[in-house]
Design a binder for this molecule. Structure first.
Ligand code: HEC
Ligand code: HEC
Length: 240
């Protein structure tokens, strides 16, 4: 699998004010790393700031995207890469620089998808032959937190779909996402911004459906960008 097991330092602060189905319970601040620890057992890898960048955007924290993107844009060529790697490293750095310069979440989401494509270009160009071993998705449960862990699992597989690139990983990710829309009824309509939140939940589902038929890497990257922006917008709205 691709996602490294190292902790992601960012906290996904979920809205204390958010009324879940059981209004007597307040949502505790959540950590993306805790969710990730539950679903991922992967070894660290080169260019692994890419995951921190992506997870910061999922959280909705545009400011937290920039620092690791800046460091990726300046990263030295990792030791041990085959000959012919330099142009791909340059492409990766340029993609990371576009993330640094993104001024809004939608632009950042597209730039991060572009970054994943740059990873995939080098792997393909140098015939890296990456093997994936994928764990089973977390079981479906209606409560928001486990539901979100399925979203994260799916988003990880789709990321691998672009980064490796792997058709199977992509297909598994969109399949799980398509059957895992966040039932907006799990959120109380009393939540501020409810109509917008509901629309974002539906958007996740329609992006997953589009992902099921997208064959082209550019189309997949567009869908992934749409997805990242949707995760980010909903988490942001909930935190308002
Ligand atoms: C300059 C070329 C190049 C770029 C750019 C690149 N990689 Fe790689 N990557 C390789 C090569 C070559 C291998 C296979 C040899 C190896 O494992 O080092 C590889 C292997 C991997 C592996 C498998 C490692 C393992 O231990 O099994 C992962 C995961 C990975 N890359 C992730 C990424 C991600 C994520 C990015 C983008 C942020 C990226 N790579 C960008 C060249 C690249
Ligand atoms: C429609 C709104 C909405 C969208 C879209 C959304 N989320 Fe969430 N997310 C939530 C809510 C609500 C919670 C809080 C769940 C809780 O604390 O019980 C949450 C929490 C999380 C968590 C923390 C779970 C935990 O274990 O505490 C992760 C991880 C997560 N979301 C990932 C994602 C990913 C990845 C996407 C995009 C593919 C996404 N979310 C899209 C509403 C959304």
């Amino acid at each position: 699998m691709l996602t490294p097991g190292r902790p992601v330092a960012l906290t996904l602060m979920l809205p204390i004010a958010l009324s879940l189905a059981d209004c007597s319970e307040q949502a505790e601040p959540r950590k993306l790393d805790r969710a990730r620890a539950a679903i991922v057992t992967q070894k660290p890898q080169h260019f692994d700031q890419a995951l921190a960048i992506r997870d910061a955007l999922i959280e909705g924290a545009l400011e937290a995207v920039r620092q690791p993107a800046r460091s990726l844009a300046r990263e030295a060529v990792p030791a041990g890469l085959p000959e012919g790697a330099a142009p791909y490293v340059a492409e990766l750095r340029a993609a990371a620089q576009a993330v640094v310069e993104a001024r809004d979440r939608g632009t950042a989401a597209r730039a991060i998808s572009g970054l994943a494509l740059a990873c995939g270009n080098c792997h393909q160009g140098l015939s890296a032959g990456i093997e994936l071993s994928v764990s089973a998705p977390p079981p479906p449960e209606p409560a928001p937190a486990p539901h979100m862990r399925r979203h994260l699992w799916a988003a990880d597989r789709m990321w691998e779909g672009l980064v490796v690139p792997s058709h199977d990983a992509w297909a598994r990710g969109v399949e799980v996402l398509a059957d895992a829309p966040l039932h907006p009824e799990a959120l109380s309509p009393a939540v501020p911004n409810y109509p917008r939140i509901e629309a974002l939940a539906h958007r996740v589902h329609s992006l997953a459906e589009a992902g099921e038929t997208a064959e082209d890497m550019t189309d997949r990257a567009d869908i992934y960008a749409g997805l990242l922006a949707t995760c980010a917008r909903c988490h942001r709205l909930l935190a308002e």
